[in-house]
Design a protein around this ligand. Structure first.
Ligand code: PMP
Length: 370
């Protein structure tokens, strides 16, 4: 991208292009209050902290950002990491130790797998979103062993949500702690935008929520929030928190401002749901096959017949002036080729109409639809 004109439009290879492949769900990247907070912090605190959170890298802005997260989630503890990747690796590798068991959905994000690999716990995967498979695994584990069930609110390949309302109580029944990665749902899903666990009424039983500032919040960074009474100990034990530089003050100021604005952004959430429903229906009516029967999130995955036609379609859409993400094996479930579309609350109704027109022309030209 040579120039980014708004949360939804950029100049790509000299052409004005609609962005349908970002994780800018709430469209906060150009919010005037967010930009102003970042500029002010740059002026007042300089460009970077040049140090770890546990040494010279904790400014009042880092603490304020953690306060914003506690307000947002209504939880007692919040820790900011330098990315969501580091939040997952740092938390998972620390809280599950030798002789403990981590039970995780097979389609978990790479940062979750890497967190498991960096720790000493036994790792037990189960089939994606399969409630019975989860119970079967839990049943077989020693009753007195420490157990951590790891789930995601929204799975980013197909844009499907987890049945947390079934899985969280199940984990509790077998004495497990629960960690939910709400990277793709924070800001958008749930009454207050707290994620799928909130939407499905089980957030009070979730022990740790992990998330990122690189999606709805519109900047970079990661976090973990929790009501666990000993949560603060993590600051002295989590290697990815300690052994890396803290985020720049401007990033902390933009994140805190964005989080506080998202809290009350019900109109944006409503508009994003409308966009998601309209695009899902439009594409389905045209004859495209989507990753979910109904729209479950802001990610709509269009399943391509094969890699060749998928790549041709991706190219044809870019020539039309539309950017989507092409996902291909081995990164995709069941070897699928996917055109992953992610909507933004700042996409206008007219843009959604334009996007549908582009899909129809590109789909016909490449033989993906009749
Ligand atoms: N968890 C999930 C489910 C993700 O999709 C991602 C990023 N794509 C991350 C964690 C990592 O977030 P970050 O970009 O902040 O490292």
């Amino acid at each position: 991208m040579e120039e980014v004109l708004s949360p939804t439009v950029a100049m790509c290879n000299g052409r004005e292009t609609i962005l349908l492949g970002t994780y800018n769900y709430m469209g906060m990247t150009f919010d005037p209050d967010v930009i102003a907070a970042g500029k002010k912090a740059l002026d007042e605190f300089g460009s970077g902290t040049t140090g770890s959170r546990v040494l010279n890298g904790t400014y009042s802005l880092h603490k304020d950002c953690e306060a914003a997260l506690r307000e947002f989630f209504d939880m007692s503890g919040a820790m900011v990491f330098s990315t969501g990747y580091l939040a997952n690796t740092g938390v998972i590798s620390t809280i599950a130790g030798k002789d403990d068991y981590i039970i995780l959905d097979m389609d978990s994000h790479a940062s979750i797998y890497d967190g498991c690999a960096m720790g000493n716990a036994n790792v037990v995967p189960f089939r994606h979103n399969d409630i019975e498979a989860l119970e079967k695994r839990l049943k077989r584990l020693p009753e007195d062993a420490g157990k951590l069930v790891i789930l995601e609110g929204v799975y980013s390949m197909l844009g499907d949500t987890a049945p947390l309302d079934k899985m969280v109580p199940l984990a509790k029944k077998y004495g497990a702690m629960v960690l939910v990665d709400e990277a793709h749902s924070m800001g958008f899903i749930g009454e207050n935008g707290r994620g799928v666990a909130e939407a499905q009424g089980v957030i009070d039983d979730v022990d740790f929520i992990i998330g990122t500032f690189s999606k709805s919040v519109g900047t970079v960074g990661g976090y973990c929030v929790s009501n666990h009474p000993k949560f603060e100990i993590l600051r002295l034990a989590s290697r990815s928190y300690i052994f890396t530089a803290s985020l720049p003050p401007s990033v902390m100021a933009t994140a805190a401002t964005s989080i506080r604005k998202i809290m009350s952004a019900k109109d944006k959430r409503d508009h994003l749901w409308e966009n998601s429903k309209r695009l899902h229906k439009g594409l389905t009516d045209m004859g495209f096959e989507l990753g979910t029967k109904q729209p479950e999130s802001a990610i709509l995955s269009v399943i391509m017949p094969d890699l060749e036609r998928g790549a041709a379609m991706w190219d044809a859409l870019l020539k039309e002036g539309l950017y989507v993400n092409l996902a291909r094996p081995p990164a995709t479930p069941a070897g699928m080729t996917l055109l992953r579309c992610s909507l933004c609350a700042e996409h206008s109704t007219e843009q959604v109409t334009e996007i549908l027109g582009m899909f129809e022309r590109a789909g016909r030209a490449t033989g993906c639809i009749d």
